[in-house]
Write a protein that binds this ligand. Structure first.
Ligand SMILES: O=P(O)(O)OC[C@@H](O)[C@@H](O)c1c[nH]c2ccccc12
Length: 270
């Protein structure tokens, strides 16, 4: 059994414990304020977008253990917005990442940028639930889903006005993401089956991401050098967790990342 299989088993158990009747979650989703456009926020369709950052609220991870206490996730989210984050990612998985839907609610109440509900989506219920809690974007992981699920889950998210960040790790998964109509494609340089990080995976796959889709490099940003690396390899956006939750100055670090990344993008496109 891989790490990913193990995580998903826990996610399914937690879901059964909190599941509301389908009509209740649907009416909560329909009552939520309309979703914001995360694709536009990430520079979709723009000729000169500048590097966008998806800043993540993450207390713990299976690979690194405890990262940060984060007693007030909304205050951290406000720092991220002040530093120019385009999207905020809120981990809602409980067992391995110490996240919750309450974190998503707290952040939603305080910031206006698009929010990614970051979780292991394996059931349509979680998509309704994401919308009910104010998410604008959901994560779908190609390694965890078959083609019919990628397509069906994407369609449901779009029907609810949300975007999808479709996470890949191989060439084959990028092709599957493209076939599912993904407009925001992430390459996670961490292999979710082994948790190994290999930063060169992004550059090896970036050219396979279809034009028109926003290319997101996920994981492994330790500092400005990694930002420059990903941006020079074709990343339009970065998903950053650990570096931002560990620093004393998330606002300043975010600005540094955006400046360095935008400069590297400009050089690449010149
Ligand atoms: O903390 P990092 O190395 O900056 O990584 C952030 C993000 O990419 C990572 O949290 C992540 C990427 N895909 C995921 C899927 C589930 C949980 C977490 C993730």
């Amino acid at each position: 059994m891989t790490v990913l299989d193990d995580i998903i088993e826990g996610v399914r158990e937690d879901l059964q414990a909190r599941r509301l009747p389908q009509r209740d979650i649907e009416s909560a989703a329909r009552a939520a304020a309309p979703a914001r456009d995360a694709w536009l926020a990430l520079g979709g369709g723009e000729a000169d977008p500048g590097l966008r950052v998806i800043a993540e609220i993450k207390r713990r991870s299976p690979s690194k253990g405890d990262l940060a206490g984060i007693v007030d996730p909304a205050a951290l989210a406000e720092e991220y917005v002040a530093g120019g984050a385009s999207v905020i990612s809120v981990l809602t998985e409980q067992r391995r990442f110490k996240g919750s839907l309450a974190d998503l609610d707290a952040v939603r109440a305080r910031v206006d940028v698009p929010l990614l509900r970051k979780d292991f989506t394996v059931d349509e219920y979680q998509i309704w639930e994401a919308r009910a809690h104010g998410a604008d974007l959901i994560l779908l992981i190609a390694a965890a889903l078959d083609d019919a699920q990628l397509k069906g889950f994407s369609e449901l998210a779009h029907e609810l006005g949300m975007n999808v960040l479709l996470e890949t790790h191989t060439r084959e998964e990028i092709d599957r993401a493209a076939a599912a109509g993904a407009r925001i494609i992430g390459v996670n340089v961490r292999n979710l089956k082994t948790l190994d990080v290999d930063r060169s995976v992004f550059g090896g796959l970036a050219a396979s991401i279809p034009a028109g889709a926003v290319a997101v490099a996920e994981s492994g940003v330790r500092g400005v050098e990694d930002v420059t690396h990903y941006a020079s390899q074709g990343a339009q956006a970065l998903l950053v967790g650990e570096a931002l939750v560990r620093t004393e100055d998330p606002r300043g670090l975010l600005r540094e990342f955006r400046d360095a990344g935008s400069a590297a993008m400009a050089t690449r496109l010149a």
